[in-house]
Design a protein around this ligand. Sequence first.
Ligand SMILES: C[S@@+](CC[C@H](N)C(=O)[O-])C[C@H]1O[C@@H](n2cnc3c(N)ncnc32)[C@H](O)[C@@H]1O
Length: 363
Amino acid sequence: MITGLTAATAEAGARAQQLSLLGREHMLRVPRNPKYGTAFTREEVTIHFQAAEELYESWPEPTCIVVDGPYGVKGFPGDPPKPDGLARWYRPHIEGWSARATPQTTLWFWNTEVGWATVHPVFVEHGWEYRCCHIWNKGRGHVAGNANSQTLRKFPVVTEVCVQYIKPAKFRTDGKTFSMQEWLRYEWRRSGLPMNLSNEACGVKDAATRKYLTSDHLWYYPPVEAFEGMARYLNTHGNPAGRPYLSADGKRPISGEEWARLRAKFYCEVGVSNVWEEPPVRGSERLKKGVYKCLHMNQKPLRLIDVILRACTDEEDLVWEPFGGLCSVAVSAHRLGRRCLSAEIVPEFFEAAASRLATYDIG
Ligand SMILES: C[S@@+](CC[C@H](N)C(=O)[O-])C[C@H]1O[C@@H](n2cnc3c(N)ncnc32)[C@H](O)[C@@H]1O
């Protein structure tokens, strides 16, 4: 007779065996001495051994892009020695991301403070909007024993930044380009109806005019039902000569479903602020190289990557990781049920990242 406990143990044993077989199976497919242009895939997550800029055009549109590339500190092959060269370095990549991003896309840019300051204008030039700068505080332990206060000419640095950008939708009507806020007002005016009728359209007392049609900074994005109410109202009561109103193609109004896709997702996790207290990666999570402490200087904590992926994606959404390293984003995406495309150009890092993805969840 099998008791509850034995049954559970037997089940756990079978599962462990299954996982380890699965792991070995994955391991078998991990390329050794990989050829440039090959890739490793586990379910919906793929790591390419190829320069990211060669892949953007063929990758499907991302819901999220996590950028952890050069810092201008000579940290890995190809990292410029100083931050001054970073804007030039990132420009072709920012062009690639901008061409493939949609209004649903959120981009997270990891760097040093000055590295980010140097690259920020290139993001703005390409239509990206700054949302928030998150400070990763690694704690004083990060420099303990390494910082000689007798010779230092500044305080020891224990932080990196992770900056959130979105690429807001732009709307064209009458040959002019508008932001979402401007466009809603423009369309309402164009209909010839008084602004306060938007309240009737949305079935509210005064919130619609105040929140959705204001020109000041207290503007709110109209939720789907409110947008649908306004579109219905304008196209029923607005000046017939100007119809359709709230349309992207001049033929029919934007549907509620399309409207929902016109802005980036964001889920605000309770307890998370813009300061992230987290030590550098240590213990079993840190990939090592023989006797050396770490295989890759820039390995990011999975806990922080989990936070940013959960904040701006749903399961099945596609994440891009153009500068993979040990592909922490690919691992986090896999365990959270997101799809992911990563790229890495150093064979040693690619191989290590592929094995990591193949085995990270196997004891
Ligand atoms: C800062 S590290 C990424 C570390 C990673 N976030 C992790 O947790 O392991 C940047 C990586 O980008 C790679 N890289 C640099 N230029 C690249 C390119 N054009 N395409 C793909 N990878 C690139 C470098 O070899 C380096 O390993």
